[in-house]
Design a protein around this ligand. Structure first.
Ligand code: NAP
Length: 251
């Protein structure tokens, strides 16, 4: 790999993205902590810098091409060429199919699929130029189907095809692309789901854990560790794969 070790993590103000940014900083990367609201990235940046690492807060709506291009250009100018991209930003707009609005469909597809597409298109220019790069996309066990998530499951399944095609197109330039499909991870996203269905989050987690073979729900660090593996030298021959990190074959 080159001397420049710069990673972009989207949706890194909290949850899985924040844990991933912190972990990649510990692995020696300068990390662009990207999220919708630049000010919301402050906690993640502070955690990294207090630990002796380098981080830059970047406000970006990944679904907006102009802002995504500008964010990647800013990272390249202020930290160096980004050679690692973790497409983690995500939203849910759950509803049963017959009640799902066009807006709920478009919003979810836009952040997950279009967002990953435009961020990757911008970042790959730096990776292919350097002859080295790592792309990690956040899919989900919901890609296998999940009641109330026809938009989200379509986006997460779409990301798996996106990942495999990136692997095929970019491999010759030294760039790998892989997807991680988490099961139940305790974050604000799953807390919001519990609130929406009117269940206390602790009870919600306990019920989920009973269905998971390893008998616990996941934590953001479980995913951050898998990202660290995929962007590290041990994974240089791993590309186009989907790794389910769910405490079992599916959560
Ligand atoms: P989270 O706690 O809700 O965090 C997601 C972050 O993404 C938030 O900071 C959010 O910002 C940001 N974001 C949303 N839209 C964005 C946009 N257009 N541009 C930039 N940032 C945006 O979610 P999480 O649980 O950590 O999930 C992270 C990823 O893992 C997502 O892709 C999710 O689908 C996936 N995943 C999660 C689970 C789970 O159980 N938690 C399971 C499978 C897959 P705001 O706060 O401003 O909205």
């Amino acid at each position: 790999m080159t001397d420049t070790r710069v990673a972009i993590v989207t949706g890194a103000a909290r949850g899985i993205g924040a844990a991933t940014a912190v972990r990649l900083a510990r692995e020696g990367f300068a990390v662009a902590v990207c999220d919708l609201d630049e000010a919301a990235c402050a906690d993640t940046v502070e955690t990294i810098t207090k630990d002796g690492g380098t981080a830059l807060a970047v406000g970006v709506d990944v679904a907006d091409t102009a802002r995504a291009d500008a964010a990647v250009a800013r990272v390249a100018a202020e930290l160096g060429p980004p050679l690692v991209l973790v497409n983690n930003a995500g939203i849910t707009r759950d509803n049963l199919l017959f009640k799902m609005s066009d807006d709920d469909w478009d919003a979810v597809l836009s952040v997950h699929l279009r967002g990953s597409f435009v961020m990757t298109r911008a970042a790959q220019a730096h990776m292919t130029k350097a002859g080295w790069g790592r792309i990690v996309n956040l899919s989900s066990v919901s890609a296998l189907g999940n009641r109330g998530q026809v938009n989200y499951s379509a986006a997460k399944a779409g990301l798996q095809g996106f990942t495999k095609t990136l692997a095929i197109e970019l491999g010759r330039f030294g760039v790998t692309a892989n997807a991680i499909a988490p099961g139940f991870i305790a974050t604000e996203m799953t807390a919001a789901t519990a609130a929406r269905v009117g269940v206390d989050f602790e009870d919600f987690k306990a019920a989920a854990a009973r269905e998971i073979p390893v008998r616990r729900v996941g934590v953001p660090e479980d995913i951050a560790g898998t990202v660290a593996f995929l962007v590290g030298d041990d994974a240089s021959f791993v590309s186009g794969q989907v790794i389910y990190v769910a405490g079992g074959p599916r959560a």
